[in-house]
Design a protein around this ligand. Structure first.
Ligand SMILES: Cc1cc2nc3c(=O)[nH]c(=O)nc-3n(C[C@H](O)[C@H](O)[C@H](O)COP(=O)(O)OP(=O)(O)OC[C@H]3O[C@@H](n4cnc5c(N)ncnc54)[C@H](O)[C@@H]3O)c2cc1C
Length: 476
């Protein structure tokens, strides 16, 4: 039986990023993917700044630019009541806004990256079960001989068989509305720089541009239109539902090219870690497509998990994985909350001149959280994001005069970073056995007063984990 350090189940974006990061660090990785072919069925499209920064560190940003289009804002257009826009620019990153790229194209790039670093990726191989023993975990497949591994990671999507075999429940609820996804040619080519959410009295639909002058229509989320899984839904029925929203030609398609549909869940797994088996991505949490959170959240799970697996494999404290469970479940719960936009849409519908500023402020806050640049709502105080333990360190700081580079992106899951502020006199001791060793030291400017990013008074520097989260604030 072949032995691997890590077996990853599922070659979606989460599994592929994990495989790439671990292989890059010299770990022997096996990836089992049930599908023989990736296909081109519409799924997620929005790539947020942290994902773009990671893809940049993978050397893939040029490929991404060639296959995606830039966007600047999310706009809510309310039938008969004007529009509200949330800019996705002006955040603390050197990436401007976000980009739309069909998920199958992204997966193709990520797979190439993982293969280049030696990951073994097998298609047409379905996970069946596993058993853990003192010598490791044995995994049984359909379509492949058994393998043995030290860590098994279920990145096998919403109906995760790994999660099921662990008996872990997904707590939350399933919404009654369903989403139909249609990629096609619009009758009118408008709104090329925004994700437009069109709100009518009977429901809402999202329309966003994708490469090739096409659009992706997601919806309609219409009261009383519930789609059975796998049901054939005539496009004419959907068109009728969209017509009732009252936006006329703006939402009409000249041609529907590809379709898919899915039901929407708001759920988080009760546990993400059981012994040496871990869950990540959609196997661990599910949310609505609002703000394009699912794919980006799965990728950040992979980043958060990769360095912990390395610490554990290198003889560090295996309890390091429990930190993953706590941190990622609480962040997933935060994300799940921000994607349930029904109450917000009700407030938009009911808004008048007096309440409009409050609704806009709520949308601005949503946009900041959807950017995934500022995880951990608890780090925000009076609109400023404080870099204390657990906060994400930005790649660039936005100031009145422009963007100043801060901590550069890195694809190294095996290296922590020491930041010393350039006005601090000396370095404090920096060893911490619960994170990978410090291999990079950066002298950086202290975030200036007045910006969104702040550090605690008296901080001389920051010890930063490979997933860019602050491990410790260094003081005198
Ligand atoms: C139709 C659709 C539309 C979506 N639209 C959006 C959107 O607009 N915005 C957004 O943010 N998110 C959207 N999502 C969600 C987004 O696609 C997911 O969040 C993202 O794919 C999660 O990535 P993942 O790698 O965790 O899981 P997945 O992409 O689901 O990948 C899991 C992989 O595991 C494989 N697998 C499953 N079982 C096994 C097994 N037993 N053995 C081996 N392999 C297995 C599957 O074949 C799959 O390739 C959409 C999802 C769907 C289905």
């Amino acid at each position: 039986m072949k032995n691997y350090d890590v077996a990853v189940i599922g070659a979606g974006p989460t599994g592929l990023v994990l495989a790439g990061l671990l292989s890059r660090a010299g770990v022997k990785v096996f990836v089992a993917e049930r599908r023989l072919h990736r296909g081109d069925r519409p799924k997620a499209v929005v790539l947020h700044a942290p994902t773009l920064e990671l893809l940049d560190s993978f050397g893939l940003l040029d490929d991404v630019h060639a296959r995606s289009i830039p966007l600047e804002r999310f706009s809510f257009h309310v039938s008969g009541a004007g529009s509200y826009s949330a800019e996705m620019t002006g955040t603390d990153t050197f990436q401007d806004g976000y980009r739309n790229m069909p998920q199958p194209l992204l997966e193709g790039l990520l797979e190439k990256y993982a293969l280049e670093y030696g990951a073994q990726i097998e298609h047409g191989v379905g996970y069946l079960s596993h058993e853990e023993s003192d010598t490791g975990t044995t995994v049984h497949f359909d379509g492949h001989p058994d393998i043995r591994c030290t860590y098994l990671v279920g990145c096998d999507g919403p109906r995760s068989a790994v999660r099921e075999s662990l008996g872990i429940a997904m707590t939350g609820r399933t919404l009654t509305s369903s989403y139909l996804l249609v990629e096609g040619m619009p009758q009118e080519l408008t709104g090329r720089d925004e994700v437009g959410i069109f709100v009518g009295s009977t429901g809402m639909v999202t329309m966003m541009p994708i490469p090739g002058d096409q659009v992706l229509v997601a919806g309609p989320a219409v009261t009383g239109l519930s789609l059975e899984r796998g049901a054939e839904v005539p496009w004419s029925r959907i068109e009728e539902a969209i017509e009732t929203l009252g936006f006329g030609r703006r939402l009409r398609l000249a041609e529907a090219i590809r379709t898919s549909h899915y039901s929407v869940d708001l759920r988080t797994a009760d546990r993400l870690v059981a012994g040496n088996v871990v869950l990540a991505g959609d196997a661990a949490h599910l949310n609505t497509p609002a703000g394009g959170q699912g794919l980006n959240l799965g990728i950040s799970d992979a980043v958060a998990l990769s360095w912990r697996i390395l610490v554990a494999l290198n003889g560090g404290n295996p309890q390091v994985l429990s930190g993953y469970d706590e941190e990622r479940r609480s962040y997933a719960a935060e994300v799940v909350k921000t994607t349930f936009v029904v109450p917000f849409v009700e407030r938009i519908r009911a808004a008048d001149e007096a309440t409009r500023p409050a609704v806009q402020a709520e949308l601005d806050a949503l946009a900041l959280s959807w950017s995934q640049l500022y995880p951990g709502a608890g780090h925000f105080h009076d609109g400023r994001y404080e870099l204390t333990a657990g906060a994400r360190v930005p790649t660039a700081l936005r100031t009145d005069t422009g963007v100043i580079p801060f901590l550069p992106p890195s694809d190294r899951a095996d290296a922590s970073t020491l930041i010393l502020f350039d006005d601090a006199e000396s370095a404090a001791p920096t060893t911490d056995p619960s994170i990978p060793p410090v291999r990079q030291v950066h002298r950086l400017p202290r975030p200036a007063h007045g910006g969104r990013i702040t550090v605690p008074d008296g901080a001389r520097g920051l010890l930063v984990r490979p997933d860019r989260r602050v491990a410790r604030v260094l003081t005198a």
